[in-house]
Design a protein around this ligand. Structure first.
Ligand code: ADP
Length: 787
């Protein structure tokens, strides 16, 4: 080691470093970008450490300062641009001693680490040893008292970057949904060939100790059978698997998919390999079966929208946390529960994660499952209940069985079909009768006793089974409301003896449910449980922070923006004004803004005015000037379709072009219906499963009640929704009903939009000047004052 005479800069500002370690995961770059920019925004200096803990141990220029511009474009890059490595020397105290010295020499005592449980464990040990390490460095003469004095404590915050989603205490980890996207793309592709040739496919996915990827892949693709490490199949699984696959094929299913996690094993911990599964299918069922091992494709590629906004929000939270924690605070890990970014105890999360692995090794599978998040268990059960639809134990007594009508209302959105498939499968499992209403309320009204046209009919298992990965609405959706013909609507309800109604759709679905609820006084046919599952790309349904289809739409927008941005690389100085859908809600525009790193986002909630445009043009001018064409990609401004009647997308693009005076150019781009996004994203598919089952369970609770008892219960007309960290039903009517408390009927959106606070974050992370900042030539914008 060098002597204590090694020069040390005394930092004037707090320095925060970030590193990525362990296996890489898509989204890690988004986290680093957010940490760097938020650190600068909070008045500190940002550092990165290259190659994980290796960089800390080696020091020198493996640790260096980052400026605002250095992370431009990182959101769309796969892998980790600062490198990740497994570092054996950091496992030893001697390695950590060097790391501590290098940190002090760089004036850093705050570290954000992004990785798996190993990374977090290493960080925690490092933090606990820190005072001792510094004392030792002083005693050996490597550092002086003066050098260590400003760095008495080390602050650590963890971010979980892992494709396996194996960390306890958080619903998802950075990278897991991108990986699931890759898997689903591959299995969707296999689907077609499996179906054409009536083949079987055994698909092996990553997950040595945790079956999250395998379970979610099975849910998202309607796999016939699943092997995960924490729930090994019972002895004799070969017979069970073959009988289920046989039955499904007898019912007409032409493709057979089995998902095997890398760590799949039987109850005696003997590995179940994908080849062994294939052999069983080939020999016992004489099924032409192929094995597909997806391997490292699961790690690669750009992050999906979910991982981009998640890594961004968590990176921001990590910086806030690191500036707030005190020496007594245990180190936090940044988590997400449903829709809420939160902090949890890092070591408690690690302990639980490691405990689950130990329990699996000890063959205590039930206990291992209980160490996983409750959501994991729920998903597993939901998968089973919608795959084996004729398990005698699951069927309800005749008296509790319902005739459940299913209808789609509003514009198509990703996830509508998977949700319907799940509802149908669950109904069959429980003995209910699922009845599809084709083409919305007009379809229903066309179908009356005298002239049935087939738009109200029971759903066959096989028909629904194929909807698992289909986009749009297979039963047909329509924007018309029941108020257009309430008497006929009631008549058909009576005719078909509907005992529950499941409405999948957006704001019109919500409105339709509200109209039916209010019409109960006149028509007793509507005195049945009515539940709305929000599905709309606009995500503007009161009672929920998340609607099916919005994630699919975000992925489409992110892809669109990545591509057009790339297209600007030859001209180098181009701004795209991209028009997003979303009606009167700026949700999609804002979340896409977070996910693509937009320069600005224009939303109806805020509107657009001339000062704003002038400020943004000035900001663009500075941006292009500072970057001197170094960054080839174009810049993105997102404009929601209803943000202004005057400043249309084309008008804004034209104004920018005019005002840029040849220094840069601009183009309007309208992705239009591309935003519906083709096949539903895995987030929408798995959430469709969970939400649809909860909806069915909710309506089941009304079996045996009289119409008046049902009508008297406010929750009998309800919306399922994500609210912060919970999934809840909210009543439409009654004193706390959404109709009065949370609905802005004229603007067709909730009164309280939880995501509005992210609007400011988009600005912070792009360095966009504040609205009250005025526009003056030569002014230092947020990002430049630090570079
Ligand atoms: P992951 O973070 O994905 O779980 P690893 O388990 O390989 O990946 O851990 C990443 C790095 O974290 C290791 O290479 C090592 O440098 C450090 N690390 C892991 N466990 C420890 C430990 N018990 N003590 C110190 N450092 C550790």
């Amino acid at each position: 080691m060098a002597t204590s005479r090694t020069p040390v800069e005394v930092p004037t500002k707090r320095r925060i470093a970030v590193l990525t370690s362990g296996g890489d995961a898509p989204g890690m770059n988004g986290a680093v970008r957010a940490v760097v920019r938020m650190t600068i925004h909070r008045g500190c200096e940002a550092y990165v450490v290259h190659e994980g803990y290796d960089g800390l141990v080696c020091g020198g220029n493996m640790i260096h300062q980052m400026h605002w511009e250095d992370v431009r474009g990182w959101l769309s890059r796969g892998g980790t641009l600062i490198g990740s490595a497994r570092c054996s020397s950091f496992r030893e105290r001697a390695g950590r001693l060097k790391a501590a010295r290098n940190m002090v020499l760089h004036g850093i005592d705050a570290l954000v680490v992004c990785g798996g449980d190993g990374t977090l464990t290493g960080a925690d040990i490092f933090r606990s040893e820190w005072p001792g390490l510094l004392r030792e460095l002083v005693s050996t003469g490597d550092l002086t008292e003066i050098q260590i004095r400003p760095h008495a404590t080390l602050n650590i915050v963890g971010l979980v970057g892992s494709i396996d989603n194996d960390m306890a205490g958080t619903d998802t980890t950075i990278g897991c949904y991108s990986s699931l996207n890759r898997i689903c793309e591959a299995v969707d592709a296999v689907f077609d060939t499996a179906s054409s040739h009536q083949r079987g496919f055994v698909v092996e996915v990553m997950g040595r100790n945790c079956g999250w990827l395998a379970l979610m892949a099975a849910i998202s693709t309607g796999a016939d059978w699943l092997f995960i490490p924490e729930m090994p199949p019972r002895d004799g699984w070969e017979d069970n698997m073959c009988s289920i696959i046989n039955r499904n094929r007898d019912r007409g299913k032409r493709r057979t998919i089995v998902i095997v996690a890398e760590g799949a094993q039987d109850r005696n911990l003997n590995k179940i390999s994908s080849t062994a599964v294939k052999d069983v299918l080939s020999t016992r069922l004489h099924l032409d079966t192929r094995v597909t091992v997806l391997g490292h494709t699961q790690r690669g590629g750009a992050a999906c929208a979910h991982d981009r906004w998640l890594s961004t929000l968590q990176g921001v939270e990590a910086v806030n946390a690191i500036l707030e924690i005190t020496p007594e605070c245990p180190s936090p890990v940044i988590s997400i529960r449903e829709n809420k970014i939160a902090r949890a105890s890092m070591m408690e999360a690690v302990r639980q994660t490691q405990k689950a692995t130990e329990l699996i090794k000890a063959k205590k599978f039930e206990e291992a499952m209980s160490m996983r998040d409750p959501e994991f268990r729920e998903y597993h059960l939901a998968y089973l209940n919608t795959t084996t639809t004729d398990h005698p134990k699951m069927a309800l007594p005749e008296s509790e069985r319902l005739r459940v009508a299913i209808i789609h209302v509003g514009a198509p959105a990703g996830g509508m079909n998977p949700a319907t498939r799940v509802a149908v499968a669950y109904c069959m499992t429980r003995g209910h009768t699922p009845i599809a209403i084709h083409n919305g309320f007009p379809g229903l009204c066309r179908h009356h006793a005298d002239k049935p046209v087939g738009s109200v009919r029971e759903v066959e298992w096989l028909e629904a089974e194929n909807w698992v990965n289909e986009g749009g609405s297979e039963i047909g959706t329509n924007r018309s409301l029941p108020s257009e013909d309430m008497p006929t609507t009631a008549k058909v309800f009576d005719l078909y003896k509907f005992e529950a109604l499941f409405i999948v759709g957006g704001f019109e679905a919500f409105t339709a449910a509200s109209q039916l609820r209010k019409a109960r006084e006149q028509y007793s046919a509507f005195k049945i449980p009515i539940v709305v599952l929000p599905a709309t790309i606009s995500n503007n349904v009161p009672g929920t922070e998340y609607s099916l289809g919005s994630d699919t739409c975000l992925n489409a927008l992110v892809t669109f923006c990545d591509v057009i941005r790339q297209s600007a690389s030859s001209s180098r100085r181009r701004v795209f004004v991209v028009e997003t859908q979303g009606g009167q809600s700026g949700y999609i525009a804002t979340m896409a803004g977070l996910s693509v790193g937009a320069t600005a986002v224009y939303i109806p909630e805020e509107g657009i005015d001339i000062k704003m445009l002038a400020r943004d043009i000035e900001f663009l001018r500075y941006n292009f000037a500072s970057d001197r064409g170094a960054n080839r990609a174009g810049k993105i401004i997102l404009r929601n379709e209803c943000a202004s009647n005057t400043y249309t997308t084309q008008v804004i693009a034209d104004i920018i072009k005019e005002e840029a005076k040849g220094r840069f150019e601009s183009r309007a781009a309208v992705p239009g219906h591309f935003q519906q996004g083709g096949k539903p994203s895995p987030v929408d598919r798995v959430r469709a499963l969970r939400m649809a089952i909860k909806c069915m369970q909710h309506v089941e609770g009304y079996a045996g009640k009289t119409p008046d008892e049902i009508a008297d219960d406010d929750y009998s007309a309800a919306v399922i929704g994500v609210n912060g960290s919970q999934v809840l039903f909210s009543p439409l009517g009654g004193p706390n009903g959404l109709e009065t408390t949370d609905t802005d009927w004229s603007r067709r959106r909730p009164k309280k939009e939880f995501w509005l606070r992210f609007q400011g974050l988009v600005d912070i992370l792009s360095g966009r000047p504040k609205s009250d900042g005025g526009v003056q030539d030569g002014e230092c914008w947020g990002c430049y004052e630090h570079t």
